[in-house]
Structures are given as structure tokens and as C-alpha cells.
Write a new protein. Structure first.
Lengths: 141, 305
């Protein structure tokens, strides 16, 4: 079967890599399916859940769902690299931790002045937490 | 000659110092591994973003052209000095500070107006003492830097650059080459030329991950336009470079401290040995004197009888 390499990286680590049969990216304009030998493309990513159909991993799973937000994806003939601002496996969301992180971010945001450049960091963090909670409800309950 | 009690007291004091330095050495040893792991984990993102930029760059800007728009030719020069919050790490802080100080003198000689951002309490105090107030300073983060600080620094640098207050931005830090070796490194962050992107100046490739080679100059389709993609990627790239420098420096700090503390522990061992020898010598000679006195006294009594 024809496969291609994929890498999902976020700023602090390499989240996932391997051989994929197909990848469904979530771009700003909608879903984008990638099969082997896709034409080279660089696209902006939106917010939501992307899917990877891959060769069976250690647990025998063939489908990985990853929730992403922001960033870019680079597609070439042999591989797909997803450079996400935020990324997390859908089955790896702990709602309690997310709620705590969100509360902390909200507290930190309240302490900052209205024109502080640090605000955008916390705002995006809160948006990301909201997205995680929504996705968690949708897939894990 | 020092009395036995004095020597004993000194031995005790050196032993407790040794215990502290030895503990610090052990703590740093465990922290290095963690810090190096964080630095290695962040490697793939930096590699990937560099590759992606070098793919987009030819389309977004012509060769030799500055990629990020600037009002150009400003005499402001920003130096980001990354060091540590705490001392007791040998020459770790001093090396960076001295290098940055020399660089500032160099820039002044060229007629530029250097300003400095400091990460870490030590360099902040140093530059303040030199009468050069840092434009931004971060304290208490050197051991565990987060993306937020990198964000703030990058924001300042990019804003300053775009509005023409800054002509160049560079970063100085200690790179953790291995667990025991630190190398003073500087990277030019802005301006970005296409050449510097296609040849990333500081090869910091991570052995653990399998880097995917991107083919250069393929005909990419862009969504949205190349220009817009670049406008997003470049700030992200700058943030990444700064963030990477921060975590790299944190790893280097632990390495430097471990080595300094190891040397201190060895020195303490040596002092303890010397002092113990001295102690035993004095003790022995005092015993000899005492025996002589007793024997002498006994003989004197015998003679009397």
C-alpha cells in the first residue's frame, strides 16, 4: 500500500510521526484530504480536529485524531509536516487539567493592563482551552 | 601553630561546605537531563519551521532581499542577553556578560545605539550597575523558561524592527553542546536574509528525531499567498529561535553549575585531607611530648629515691 511520512510538531515537541495512508488536514478554508503524491502545497491551518489514517501502531490503532489550532502545514510529494501552534491528541485530553489551565490563564489575564503585549498569549491560551473542552465533549463522552 | 581545636573546627566547616556543593552537584546532574530533553524536544519544530521558511522565502522575496519589511537603516541595535538567575555556576554568567559588553562597545564605535534585553537576574544587575538599564528584563525564569517570555521578547523585537526603531537584533547565550560542555553562541535574528535562512547559522540538529528533508524550490501551491504565509512564519520563527535559546541556556546553566560544584567538592576534599594530616601530626607530636614528660618525671622520681 502506498504511504507517506507525516510529522505533527508543536513548539515544545514532536507530537507524532509515522507512515500515513491519508491525512485530513483542517485548513482555514475547510478540510483538505491528502493522499500519497499530493501536489506540493503550503496552507494555513484553522481550528479543529484533523485525522490521520496510518499503518497500525503498537496498539493496533489505524486512526489518530489530533486537535490543532493555528499554524501551517507543508505538503510535498513524500511527506506532510504540520507546524501547529497548539496540538493535542483527542484521546489525551484531561478536562480537569484543561479547566485548571484555563482558570490560571484567566487570572493572569486579569492582572495585565489592557494594552499589555502579553495579553495575546493568554487570550490564545483560553481560546485553545475552550476548543479542547468542546472537542472533548464531542469525542470522549 | 594552630591549636587542635582550631583545626578541628575548620575541618568541620569545610566538611559541611563540601556537603552543600556535593548536593548542588547532584541536583544539577539530574536537572541537566531534563533540561536537555526539553531542548531536544523543541528541536523538530525549529528544524521544520526553518525548512518551511526556506521553501517559501524564494517566492515571498527575491534573493538577497530582506524578508521582513523594515523602514530600514535604523541605528538602533537590540542585544538579547540570556544568562542565569543564580551564580555558583563558574564563569557561566560572566562570559555572556563580558561578550555582550564588548559587543555593545563595538556597536557604539560603529555609531549605533545599542539597547539590551536581559534574561536572568545576574545580567540584569550587571547591566544596571553599568548604567545601562535593560529595555526588558526577565527574572526568575532562567531555570524554567516558557514560551510566554519568548513571545514577549519577539513581540518587542518585531515591533521595534517594523517601526524602524531597531536596525538589528541579535541574541547571545550559552549553548549546551553536551552535558559537560557549554559554548558561547550568538545568532543574528533580524534582519533575515534569504541566504541566512537557507543556511541556518547555528546547526543545532537533534540526533534523536529523524529530520525530514524538504525538497527545495518545488512549485508549491499556497493557501493563502506566499507573502501572507511568510508574514506568519517569520514571527513564529523568531519566537522559536528565542525560545530555543532560552531553553538551551537553561540546560547549559545546569551543566556549568554541575562542573563548578564538582570542582568545589574536589577542592573541599583536598582541604579536608590537608587539614586532617596537620591535625594528626599535631596530635601525635603532643602525645610524644606528653610521654616524654611522663618518662622524664618518672626518672626524676627514681633518681630522688
Amino acid at each position: 500500500m502506498d504511504t507517506f511520512k507525516y510529522q505533527i510538531v508543536r513548539p515544545d515537541k514532536l507530537l507524532s510521526e509515522g507512515d500515513a495512508l491519508s491525512v485530513t488536514l483542517l485548513t482555514r478554508t475547510g478540510e483538505l484530504g491528502v493522499l500519497p503524491h499530493h501536489a506540493p502545497e503550503i496552507c494555513a491551518l484553522g481550528e479543529g480536529v484533523m485525522r490521520i489514517n496510518h499503518v497500525p501502531d503498537e496498539d493496533g490503532e489505524t486512526l489518530t485524531r489530533i486537535v490543532i489550532s493555528g499554524g501551517y502545514a507543508g505538503i510535498t510529494d513524500e511527506h506532510v509536516i504540520v507546524l501547529a501552534d497548539h496540538a493535542r491528541r483527542v484521546n489525551d485530553i484531561d478536562p480537569d487539567v484543561v479547566e485548571d489551565t484555563k482558570d490560571d490563564a484567566e487570572d493572569a489575564l486579569e492582572e495585565l493592563a489592557a494594552d499589555d503585549p502579553g495579553r495575546s498569549y493568554y487570550e490564545s491560551k483560553i481560546r485553545w482551552c475552550d476548543l479542547l473542552l468542546k472537542v472533548n465533549e464531542q469525542y470522549n463522552s | 601553630m594552630a591549636s587542635l581545636r582550631d583545626i578541628k573546627r575548620r575541618i568541620r566547616s569545610v566538611t559541611s561546605t563540601r556537603q552543600i556543593t556535593h548536593t548542588m552537584e547532584m541536583v544539577s546532574t539530574t536537572k541537566i537531563m531534563r533540561a536537555l530533553q526539553i531542548a531536544a524536544d523543541a528541536g523538530p519544530y525549529k528544524d521544520a519551521i526553518e525548512k518551511m521558511i526556506s521553501n517559501v522565502a524564494p517566492l515571498g522575496a527575491r534573493v538577497g532581499e530582506v524578508i521582513l519589511a523594515s523602514s530600514g537603516g535604523s541605528s538602533g541595535a537590540l542585544i538579547i542577553c540570556v544568562a542565569s538567575d543564580r551564580g555558583l555556576a563558574g564563569g557561566f554568567n560572566v562570559q555572556v556578560q563580558r561578550a555582550v559588553q564588548n559587543r555593545i562597545a563595538e556597536l557604539r564605535a560603529e555609531g549605533k545605539q545599542p539597547e539590551v534585553i536581559t534574561c536572568g537576574k545576574k545580567p540584569t544587575e550587571f547591566f544596571r550597575f553599568q548604567g545601562m538599564e535593560p529595555v526588558l528584563s526577565f527574572e526568575g525564569i532562567s531555570a524554567d523558561p516558557t514560551y510566554q517570555e519568548a513571545n514577549q521578547i519577539a513581540h518587542y523585537a518585531i515591533e521595534g524592527y517594523i517601526h524602524g526603531n531597531l536596525g538589528s537584533v541579535e541574541i547571545w547565550y550559552q549553548h549546551a553542546k553536551s552535558r559537560v560542555e557549554q559554548v558561547l553562541t550568538n545568532e543574528d535574528i533580524l534582519p533575515i536574509y534569504r541566504e541566512t535562512l537557507t543556511m541556518p547559522n547555528e546547526p543545532r540538529h537533534d540526533e534523536a528525531s529523524s529530520p525530514i528533508e524538504m525538497v527545495h524550490n518545488t512549485n508549491f501551491t499556497f493557501d493563502p499567498s506566499p507573502r501572507e504565509v511568510l508574514e506568519y512564519l517569520i514571527p513564529a520563527y523568531i519566537r522559536t529561535v528565542i525560545h530555543h535559546a532560552l531553553i538551551d541556556s537553561a540546560a547549559a546553566e545546569h551543566g556549568a553549575r554541575r562542573r563548578a560544584m564538582q570542582a568545589a567538592t574536589e577542592n573541599a576534599d583536598e582541604i579536608i585531607n590537608t587539614l586532617s594530616r596537620e591535625y594528626n601530626r599535631i596530635r601525635q607530636s603532643s602525645i610524644t611530648t606528653e610521654i616524654n614528660e611522663i618518662v622524664g618525671g618518672a626518672q626524676a622520681l627514681e633518681e630522688d629515691q
